[in-house]
Each structure stands twice: as structure tokens, then as C-alpha cells.
Design a protein around this ligand. Structure first.
Ligand code: IDP
Length: 139
């Protein structure tokens, strides 16, 4: 059964361009409540840990460089059917394939610099949330 929480982070390109506020507005207007939020910086090593599932992919090194290139804004979000509804809100990985009105369609620059992350399962949402936030920070 679907849980009601997901994890997201606004990626370095979107933070650097000053799009965080507009993205958070879209998220809240879509009915998500912010459970936890902060601005932080990933080292290349921690970016590699977060994306360890992609370690064998050809773009892994570049992805780790990009994700540690500037501040990010991780968040835990709450809404009924959060994981699936949030994946719909952000759109396809490649912005060229993202539906109109999705966050990636509006803000992503490329398949790599695609503005925002969204967990792909309830299990990963919980793991990724705890990667950034202690239990006492989640309220
Ligand atoms: P997702 O973020 O939509 O779930 P994943 O396939 O899990 O997509 O990929 C994780 C991240 O890795 C993407 O959001 C994107 O930043 C980057 N990425 C995925 N595929 C490519 C690629 O072909 N080239 C460069 N970067 C990629």
C-alpha cells in the first residue's frame, strides 16, 4: 500500500538560477505539505552514496560532479499517494519528454540538470529522507 510521504531535492541548477521559490510554490499548490526542508551541499562522495544505484552507469561520475557543484534543497513531503503523485508532478527524467506543466518541463535544462529529484518508491522515499534528516527534524 502507498504511504503518504516522499522525498525530493531541488538540484544545483535550479537552486543556482533562483528557481527554488517557484518550484516550492508548485509543490505546495499541488497539495504537498513540507515535512522537512533545508539548504545544504553534497560532497562528491556523498552524492555518490546517494546515487549508488547508478554506480555502473556511464553518466555516474558526471552526475556526482553535478550534484556536488552547488547547494541543493532536500525536502520530505506529505500527501496521499505521495510517491506516485510527485513523480507525475515532476515529469519525465528527460525534459524533452516531460509533460506540459510539469516541474521538469518548466525548469529542467537537460537530462542531467533536470531541476528536481523525486523518490521512485515508498521504500526509497524513507531511505532518502533519512539520508538528509534525522527523525526529530521530520514534523
Ligand atoms: P529520475 O531522477 O527521473 O528517477 P534516474 O534514471 O533515477 O531518473 O536518474 C537519476 C538522475 O541521473 C537523473 O535525474 C539525472 O539527473 C541523471 N541522469 C539520468 N540519466 C542520465 C543520462 O542519460 N545522462 C546524464 N544524466 C542522467
Amino acid at each position: 500500500m502507498a504511504t503518504n510521504r516522499t522525498f525530493t531535492m531541488i538540484k544545483p541548477d535550479a537552486v543556482a538560477e533562483g528557481n527554488s521559490g517557484a518550484i516550492i510554490k508548485m509543490i505546495e499548490e499541488a497539495g504537498f505539505r513540507i515535512v522537512a526542508i533545508k539548504k545544504t551541499l553534497l560532497t562528491k562522495e556523498r552524492a555518490g552514496e546517494f546515487y549508488a544505484v547508478h554506480a555502473e552507469r556511464p553518466f555516474y561520475g558526471e552526475l556526482c560532479d553535478y550534484m556536488s557543484s552547488g547547494p541543493i534543497i532536500p525536502m520530505i513531503l506529505e500527501k496521499e499517494n505521495a510517491v506516485l503523485d510527485f513523480r507525475t508532478l515532476i515529469g519525465a527524467t528527460n525534459p524533452a519528454q516531460a509533460a506540459e506543466g510539469t516541474i521538469r518541463k518548466v525548469f529542467a535544462k537537460s537530462v542531467q540538470a533536470n531541476a528536481i529529484h523525486g523518490s521512485d518508491s515508498d521504500e526509497n522515499a524513507a531511505i532518502e529522507g533519512f539520508f538528509f534528516f534525522a527523525g526529530v527534524e521530520q514534523f
